[in-house]
Design a binder for this molecule. Structure first.
Ligand SMILES: [Zn+2]
Length: 193
């Protein structure tokens, strides 16, 4: 099965799980759970800054941070990186214990701590195995409003909603108001310096 990145490099999806034969996104409830979580998470992540840049510049200078181009780790514990900082992450992952933290709840924090302590990949550290892809050329994840609309178009009577943080799909009880997407707090917690 062909693999494809969507929105950001890093996470890879089985093309057939995500797209129909016509190249449209599949209906979300026909997408396997883990894939759906990542897909939904991506709609949120792709506008975010690189974690390392953010740590360097801080909240007040956030606009100086490069936009994320690459995502590593599991949804909710993911690390976002620009191409400039990818080598630092890979060095931490391979040589400084990052691999052991993979899949744990502290994965992201451990990288942040390592980076904040002033650690970096040695000059010229290579080891980028992927072929560099221009993120602008990757398929764009559908936007959250569009996901929500599509999720509901095939149901009569009951409404469904997506938790944009976890990717879970739940049914909204009759009479219960679904919170609008604008109300959902999607904040990522960044450590302060
Ligand atoms: Zn960066």
């Amino acid at each position: 099965m062909a693999k494809v990145s969507i929105g950001l490099r890093g996470w890879r999806f089985d093309e057939e799980e995500v797209f129909t034969d016509d190249g449209e996104f599949r209906a979300l409830d026909s997408v396997p759970d883990d894939t759906r979580k990542r897909l939904i998470r991506l709609t949120y992540l792709q506008e975010k800054p690189c974690d390392a840049c953010y740590l360097v510049h801080g909240e007040s200078e956030k606009r100086r941070a490069n936009g994320a181009e690459i995502v590593y780790g599991e949804p909710m514990e993911e690390v976002l990186l620009c191409s400039e900082h990818e080598a630092d992450f890979l060095y931490w992952f391979r040589e400084e214990g990052g691999k052991e933290a993979a899949g744990t709840e502290t994965f992201r924090d451990e990288f942040h701590e390592w980076f904040l302590a002033g650690n970096r990949a040695p000059e010229g550290y290579g080891g980028l195995e992927h072929v560099d892809t221009d993120p602008d050329k990757l398929p764009t994840p559908p936007d959250p409003a569009e996901l929500n609309r599509r999720l509901n178009e095939n149901y009569e009577g009951e409404r469904k909603r997506i938790d944009l943080k976890t990717g879970e799909i739940t049914t909204v009880e009759e009479g219960e108001d679904a919170p609008s997407l604008g109300d959902v707090d999607l904040g990522r917690d960044y450590p302060t310096k």
